[in-house]
Design a protein around this ligand. Structure first.
Ligand SMILES: Cc1cc2nc3c(=O)[nH]c(=O)nc-3n(C[C@H](O)[C@H](O)[C@H](O)COP(=O)(O)OP(=O)(O)OC[C@H]3O[C@@H](n4cnc5c(N)ncnc54)[C@H](O)[C@@H]3O)c2cc1C
Length: 419
């Protein structure tokens, strides 16, 4: 990833005229390609701040925005500004259990609910037949609209600077307290606290059948330095896995033959700050796997990365692949699949319920055995991904003391340093 690029500065405005374009609004949208980063731009990198948040995914955006709202001078470091608000898997927000979380984030002044209201294209209140305590607000989002909304909200946040770069290491002071972050090729930012929200990127490895691709998600490099740092600090790391289905070309789906799932007539926003939902609302298609689908998957289980022994990680939550469903619930004659358009002006369709790590030829064969998908074309194959995580059962408060150059160890008995 190389030298970090300064992306924007809010609290201490940059001299905008010194950058190509000369747009007075450039402080909000400035992007300097690391490959052509000037010496002058390097000097504009913040040298110190209160809080550095590493990672601009859902978690990082909320952490950075919360820190800045609380008055901390905050830097959000992420690989690319244009992936802020990117949705790795299903372009949906909320659902049973998760919808409550979005509402709680909103009540605390967070961003996700507002972005979902601006990007949502199929609002549904799940579980309405039960009491309001267990209703689950959910919306499918137009990927582009959600991303634009989140990037806009981040740009508007006072006291927040975004830097593009790969955080490779953490620096500690003489007492063992975390004192800053270090980029891959040397520059550093000193800070009082670091928040790591690296998602699926730490040591990320994609599996499609027996093909393996080092990546944080499809098309993006993994983060390779920080796992070593965390291990060196004595934290125990594990491997988690998750997966995603193939993306389909909606123009090759026989929509007319499928049942439809409609949005609610009156969409209920996530955020208490949103008055009305402006976006048009769309239908999804509904179909089912067939006995033939199950036979194709069963016959090829040995070629699935999940079942060939190639993947050692465990799932972070119960979101089973189609292979898992066929093996664990073999008596079922079919599994419901929702065909969810990924945007208002996008033909890409997300087949919800068909996450897989089977090879591409098997993916095509089982997809084409499903009603409505007989002639379907795959735009991107499904895949599984494994990545490093810190065991959440680690002590909540730990400290690190250097033991000679380059050697660090955890000292749980000391109280004053936090990670
Ligand atoms: C294939 C796939 C399927 C998934 N399926 C599901 C699912 O079904 N259900 C579910 O709940 N979740 C699923 N997820 C997990 C999904 O990642 C999370 O739901 C959610 O996106 C996590 O948000 P996050 O903010 O923690 O991390 P992410 O969205 O992964 O974002 C991490 C960010 O950190 C940046 N970053 C990482 N390391 C560094 C570094 N060293 N320096 C600078 N920047 C860095 C990355 O560029 C990225 O922007 C899936 C993910 C993938 C890839």
């Amino acid at each position: 990833m190389g030298t970090p690029a300064l992306h924007m500065e809010r609290r201490r405005p940059l001299p905008t005229t010194s950058f190509p374009g000369g747009d007075p609004d450039a402080t909000r949208t400035l992007r300097i390609d690391p490959a052509v980063m000037t010496e002058r731009a390097q000097t504009l990198l913040p040298s110190a701040c209160d809080v550095v948040v590493v990672g601009g995914g859902h978690a990082g955006c909320e952490a950075a925005s919360a820190a800045a709202r609380a008055g901390a001078n905050t830097v959000l470091v992420t690989h690319r500004f244009d992936t802020i608000g990117a949705m790795s898997c299903n372009p949906a927000i909320g659902g049973i259990g998760k919808g409550h979380l979005v509402r709680e984030i909103d009540a605390l002044g967070g961003l996700m609910g507002l972005a979902a209201d601006r990007g949502g294209i199929q609002f549904r209140m799940l579980n309405r037949r039960k009491g309001p305590a267990v209703w689950g607000p959910r919306t499918q989002a137009d990927r582009k609209l959600y991303r634009a909304a989140m990037q806009g909200l981040i740009k508007e946040t006072e006291g927040l600077t975004v830097v593009e770069g790969d955080v490779f290491d953490l620096s500690l002071d003489a007492s063992g307290a975390v004192s800053g972050i270090v980029f891959a090729d040397g520059p550093r930012i000193a800070c009082r606290a670091v928040v790591l929200t690296t998602g699926t990127f730490l040591g990320g490895l994609i599996h499609i059948g027996d093909r393996q691709i080092p990546a944080g998600r499809m098309g993006e490099d993994p983060s390779l330095g920080l796992s070593g740092t965390l291990r060196r600090l004595g934290l125990s790391l594990g491997r988690l896995k998750t997966g995603t289905p193939a993306r389909l070309d909606g123009r090759t789906i026989d929509w007319a033959s499928l049942d439809r799932q409609r949005a609610d007539d009156e969409p209920v926003p996530f955020s208490f700050m949103t008055d009305t939902i402006e976006n048009p609302q769309i239908d999804c298609g509904i179909t089912r796997t067939m006995p033939e689908t199950h036979a194709i998957i069963r016959d090829n289980l040995a070629r699935s990365a999940l079942y060939s022994g190639q993947i050692e990680g465990v799932g972070p939550r119960y979101c089973p692949s189609i292979e898992d469903k066929i093996v664990k619930f073999g008596d079922r004659d079919g599994h419901q699949i929702f065909l969810e358009p990924e945007g208002l002006d996008d033909d890409t369709v997300y087949p919800n319920g068909l996450s897989t790590s089977l090879p591409e030829d098997v993916q095509e064969a089982f997809l084409r055995s499903i009603p409505g998908l007989e002639k379907v074309a795959i735009l991107k194959p499904g895949y599984a991904i494994e990545y490093d995580h810190v065991d959440p059962r680690e002590p909540r408060q730990v400290s690190f003391r250097p033991q000679g150059a380059g050697s660090l160890s955890r000292r749980p008995d000391q109280r004053h340093h936090r990670l």
